[in-house]
Design a protein. Structure first.
Length: 161
């Protein structure tokens, strides 16, 4: 698909653009202060989407579980920054596909933050994500002093790594 000058890249195009990823790199410098030693895999956007796509109704996954699956590239860890960004891209690509009439989209709402919290950066924010999750039988609760929304007993509904 060619673009006219000034045209925006669609979310689906962003999802398909691997930019030479995945790649595994040695953890060095400032990264080692945060992540320790070893190697980090920087995943391709479609890899993150594919993991999210396989989560069945009634089940959940966290970004950290996605990272565990991605680290099987032979890396010590998967990059938390790009994994989070690519889950966001997958969510927006799914909504874009839905707006185009597609019915089989990535169920991004089943992907939670590491402590079972909803993601305010997904399309429609936490309100929309909560509505999707409630439709699938999950109970949403307020948590902690900040009152973040999360899924009650989310650990019992996680897919295995």
């Amino acid at each position: 698909m060619s673009k006219t000058r000034g045209a925006r890249t669609s979310w689906q195009e962003k999802l398909r653009d691997s930019k030479g990823l995945p790649k595994v790199e040695k953890i060095t410098g400032r990264m080692s202060k945060r992540w320790g030693t070893g190697t980090v895999v920087i995943p391709a956007p479609m890899e993150v989407d594919e993991i999210m796509r396989r989560v069945p109704s009634g089940k959940l996954i966290t970004v950290n579980l996605i990272r565990e699956k991605l680290a099987k590239h032979g890396a010590t860890i998967a990059c938390p920054i790009t994994t989070g960004i690519f889950s966001w891209v997958a969510a927006h690509a799914a909504e874009e596909a839905k707006a185009q009439g597609r019915t089989h989209i990535t169920p991004y709402w089943r992907t939670l933050k590491s402590k079972g919290e909803l993601n305010e950066k997904y399309p429609g924010g936490v309100k929309a994500q909560a509505a999707h999750l409630k439709e699938e039988g999950h109970v949403i609760e307020r948590r902690g002093h900040k009152g973040c929304l999360g899924v009650k007993d989310f650990q019992s509904r996680l897919v295995s790594p």
